[in-house]
Design a protein around this ligand. Structure first.
Ligand code: CAA
Ligand code: NAD
Length: 289
């Protein structure tokens, strides 16, 4: 494995490009938005510089890793790739339209992984030209910090594909958990209903943003409160995952909280939009309820 492509230069695609380049891989990072690519490169550089300032990596390693990342908005840049990891918006239509055309631009041996948080790997694989060389590789946010990668095989994933991706996860310094291909896999099957319940707790007035987050941080030793974490993940992503659980498992216990829907409708998507359950536009985050 020498060269990887990453589709989507948001918070996850940036993190995946960061750790891959640090591990010595050549990375081609693609986004449909020039602005996202510029923001991603600035974010990757500042995260790497922070690692160097803390003595975790040398300054030479930062320059070398940055030189390994190229960017663009054209699939033609993936001609040398051994693997492409898709980390675009959590929306099945978006992902399927990517997989429908991607194969034309890839070498025959190239594998495809998706970082989807919840969507059926089997269904996404079926939209590609190579379902046997396709699987789920689910990184956690922030990618450079979180230890886990969930690996998910689709029904057609070949054993050699799984072994290669598992080796890559180890090379990237991650610990692997294997999940079956059911809605939201393991982490989000458990985490997202808790976040959704926190939003219901707010919606019903049991607590406010500050008391709910404080309760889980100090009462259950969570590093972030559930509403702070929802903002960190992105409320659009949280809502998309709840919809996949609700549609896929047909159980009302996964009903997305109407207040979560309303925040997404307002464009208050959390930290990345400057506003969500907290307003991040000032010096300190301020609860919005
Ligand atoms: N990118 C890169 N590095 C980051 C970072 C980022 N966005 N944010 C923090 N860091 C690094 C810091 O540089 C620091 O590194 P060192 O340990 O080397 O010094 C380390 O993380 C700790 O940072 P801080 O001391 O500034 O902050 P903290 O102690 O508050 O920790 C946190 C920050 C690690 C994000 C912590 O709050 C945390 O663990 N939060 C929960 C994160 C979580 O649950 N993630 C999973 C979300 S679910 C998911 O990802 C799946 C999905 O599909 C939705
Ligand atoms: P994000 O909103 O930060 O970034 C998504 C990026 O995808 C944007 O830059 C957008 O311009 C780009 N994009 C959208 N459609 C595209 C297309 N057709 N071609 C190229 N680029 C396109 O989202 P994110 O948080 O980085 O999430 C990305 C993926 O990772 C989603 O599938 C999400 O579920 C998953 N994920 C997210 C988290 C998290 O905590 N945010 C954790 C694990 C997995």
């Amino acid at each position: 494995m020498k060269t990887i492509g990453v589709i989507g230069a948001g918070q996850m695609g940036s993190g995946i490009a960061h750790i891959s380049a640090m591990a010595g891989l050549d990375v081609h990072l693609l986004d449909q938005s020039e602005e996202a690519l510029t923001k991603a490169m600035a974010g990757i550089e500042s995260a790497m510089v922070r690692q160097a300032a803390k003595g975790k990596v040398g300054e030479d390693a930062v320059a070398a890793a940055l030189a390994k990342i190229s960017t663009g908005s054209d699939y033609a840049g993936f001609g040398q790739c051994d693997l492409v990891i898709e980390a675009a918006t959590e929306n099945e239509d978006v992902k399927r339209s990517i997989f429908k055309v991607l194969g034309e631009y890839l070498p025959a041996h190239c594998l495809i992984a998706t970082n989807t948080s919840s969507i059926s790997i089997t269904r996404l694989a079926a939209a590609s030209d190579r379902p046997g060389k396709f699987m789920g590789m689910h990184f956690m946010n922030p990618v450079p910090v979180m230890q886990l990668v969930e690996l998910i095989r689709g029904i057609q994933t070949e054993p050699a594909t799984f072994r290669t991706i598992q080796d890559l996860a180890n090379r990237l310094g991650k610990t692997v958990s294997v999940a079956e291909d059911f809605p939201a896999f393991i982490v989000n099957r458990i985490l997202m209903p808790m976040i959704n319940e926190a939003v219901y707790t707010l919606y019903e007035g049991v607590g406010n943003v500050q008391s709910i987050d404080q309760s889980l941080k100090l009462g259950a030793n969570h590093p972030m409160g559930p509403l702070e974490l929802a903002d960190f993940i992105g409320l659009d992503t949280c809502l998309a995952i709840m919809n996949v659980l609700h549609d896929g498992l047909a159980d009302t216990k996964y009903r997305p909280c109407p207040l979560l829907t309303k925040y997404v409708e307002a464009g208050w998507l959390g930290r990345k939009a400057g506003r969500g359950f907290y307003d991040y536009r000032g010096e300190e985050p301020v609860p919005t309820r």
